[in-house]
Write a protein that binds this ligand. Sequence first.
Ligand SMILES: [Zn+2]
Length: 154
Amino acid sequence: MRRSARAEPDQSFSALAFIRAASEAPATPGAYALLIALSHPLEASAGRRAATLAPGLYLYCGSAKGPGGLRARLGRHMRQGKRRRWHIDQLTEAGESLGAWISLEKGECDLVAALSALPVPLEGFGSSDCPRCRSHLLFWPRGDAPAFLAAQKC
Ligand SMILES: [Zn+2]
């Protein structure tokens, strides 16, 4: 039986909470690892680079600092039919957003670092202005869950 982890804005997280709907996320700044399922191959691009993303699960690490915080940002990611603005919009429009792990303490690059064992499907994706990460998008092969995700298997 899966116990759903709910985010409480007034509580500090010792582990990352998983939310299935943006309405469960606090409207405060934070970082997230968005879980997206692609059921068909997708031609994706990041600047001049392009790759065909295989069907499967992907994790995209980002942060929300603006008004509405995590709730607003994840709401945008999980909504379809939006105008494309960021690299990740290619995936959220073509695939299905299954939920997100959120953190009020860590930054997006910390999440990428925690997931560094996962393969990078497309260099520079979501990280064009990040000096630290090769990509903010990671491929999540089934059965190969990193430690902090293992407790929250889908
Ligand atoms: Zn980064």
